[in-house]
Design a protein around this ligand. Structure first.
Ligand code: ARG
Length: 471
């Protein structure tokens, strides 16, 4: 095997050992770009014929041969051999074996350096759309939950201490907007990959009279790269895509943390569906939110993928360097992991049970109406700082006597400060506290309805983009 003839065989008297062949190969990682490689080669061959660099007959036999290889790989009938090093050589060698001389003309005016850049860009574009699609599906689930549970009150936290009551919908929609920004990042990553590098050849361009625009049009790119040296060494589009994956995973990880907390006996706000939980091999009572924990854990891997790629690229001189072959494994891992995580989390949200009573119970505690009682005093003319002081004393007293603000009578309020009237009881009602947050983007019932409308519009626009760009 180690002695199989290399495409650069002419210059060499010896071949690398079987070990080095294995060490230098990327085939097992980059073979997933087989479809992009074949489409790119067909476009390149057709352009070469159009420019009379090769004959139409040669281009025809190249296209027929490549289409046959395409079907074989698709149907799992193609044998991948490490000796080919990478997907580009595996396909080209097979083509030449089958069609002879014409196959040997395919690589005219092309290098693997611009070829791998092309394949990777095409693959990244497809995956960015798939990721935007997955993010959009999960946002649809979140929006449906927000609509279904509109009016459901729960405690809102800062420092993980009870702060002010909020609508459960409002809390959920916070994740909708995080994921909306993720969708925008994936759209951007798709655009940043959408630049056609072929024709840059090894680094300097080519002496042949090629037509790069026609290759670009055949492959559906919206622009052609401007500098051949940049084209073969630019992996910014992979950084953009991996960064978008990383931020998405960080968002999912935050959601996971909340779901894990919420499904404890102490919180009890949600119960995972059996299909999204696991038991213990020793403790019969256990029901663990494993998949939320796993997603939180996988976030570390994806962060590592981004740091890995940044580190591969730093300090690379122009133009192509073999270091860059290390770009794909981490990026593919980031893509796969993020797609899986989005699918798992989507199903988890859609299937979990919401414990409404526990949420309301939680919202009654923690003196969460305190800000509103202070605001009430401000409305009677008291400066906010004084009102803060009065309510602070009130809370301290409640704490001593083991009562909530809602359990106090109007007379008890008035005993603390004469500015309190009977209508203070309305001020502490937990539903009224929420509804009063009428400011745009606040948790008030009306404001959240407006938010839901805005979310529907943004979602529809992203779904239309996905639809238009999906393969
Ligand atoms: N397998 C290589 C990669 O992924 C393809 C480009 C190789 N070019 C070269 N001159 N060795 O980067």
């Amino acid at each position: 095997m180690a002695d199989a003839k290399k495409p650069w065989g002419g210059r060499f008297e010896k071949s690398p050992s079987a070990f080095l062949e294995q060490y230098g190969a990327s085939l097992m990682v980059d073979k997933r770009m087989w479809a992009q490689d074949i489409k790119g080669s067909i476009a390149h061959a057709r352009m070469l014929a159009q420019q009379s660099v090769i004959t139409e007959a040669d281009a025809d036999s190249i296209e027929t041969g490549l289409s046959e290889i395409y079907r074989e790989i698709r149907d799992g009938k193609f044998e991948f051999r490490i000796v080919d090093e990478d997907i580009h050589m595996a396909i080209e060698r097979t083509l030449i074996e089958r069609i002879g001389t014409a196959g040997g003309r395919l690589h005219t005016a092309r290098s693997r350096n611009d070829q791998v850049a092309l394949d990777t860009r095409m693959y990244a574009m497809d995956q960015a759309v798939a990721l935007a699609h997955a993010v959009t599906s999960m946002r649809t689930t979140i929006l449906h939950l927000a609509e279904e549970f509109h009016g459901q009150v729960m405690p809102g936290y800062t420092h993980l201490q009870k702060a002010q009551p909020v609508l459960f919908s409002h809390h959920l929609l916070a994740y909708f907007w995080m994921l909306s920004r993720d969708a925008t990042r994936f759209r951007h990553a798709q655009e940043s990959a959408d630049v056609m590098p072929l024709g840059s050849a090894a680094l300097a361009g080519t002496t042949f009279d090629i037509d790069r625009d026609s290759v670009s049009d055949r492959l559906g790119f919206s622009q052609v790269s401007q500098n051949s040296m940049d084209s073969v060494s630019d992996r910014d589009f992979l950084l953009d895509l991996t960064y978008a994956c990383t931020v998405t995973m960080v968002h999912l990880s935050r959601l996971c943390e909340e779901l894990i907390l919420w499904s404890t006996e102490e919180f009890g706000f949600v119960t995972m569906d059996d299909t999204y939980a696991t038991g213990s091999s020793i403790m019969p009572q256990k029901k663990n939110p494993d998949f939320a924990e796993l997603t939180r854990g996988k976030t570390g891997r994806v962060v590592g993928d981004l740091v890995g790629l940044l580190t591969v690229l730093k300090g690379l001189p122009l133009a192509y360097n073999k270091d860059m072959q290390e770009d794909k494994e981490g990026v593919f891992d980031a893509i796969d992991t993020t797609l899986d995580a989005l699918m798992a989390m989507d199903g988890m949200l859609a299937s979990m049970h919401i414990n409404a009573e526990r949420m309301i119970e939680g919202a009654q505690g923690g003196f969460m109406a305190a800000t509103d009682v202070a605001d009430y005093l401000v409305n009677t003319g008291m400066p906010f700082r004084d009102a803060h002081e009065v309510v602070g004393r009130l809370v301290l007293e409640c704490e001593r006597s083991g009562r909530t603000l809602q359990e106090l009578t109007a007379a008890e309020f008035a005993a603390v400060d004469p500015a309190f009237d009977d209508d203070v009881l309305e001020a502490v009602d937990i539903y009224a506290v929420v509804a009063r947050r009428t400011s745009a983007g606040g948790t008030g019932n009306e404001a959240v309805l407006d938010q839901i409308m805005a979310a529907r519009d943004v979602l529809a626009a992203d779904a239309a983009w996905v639809e238009a760009n999906l393969e």
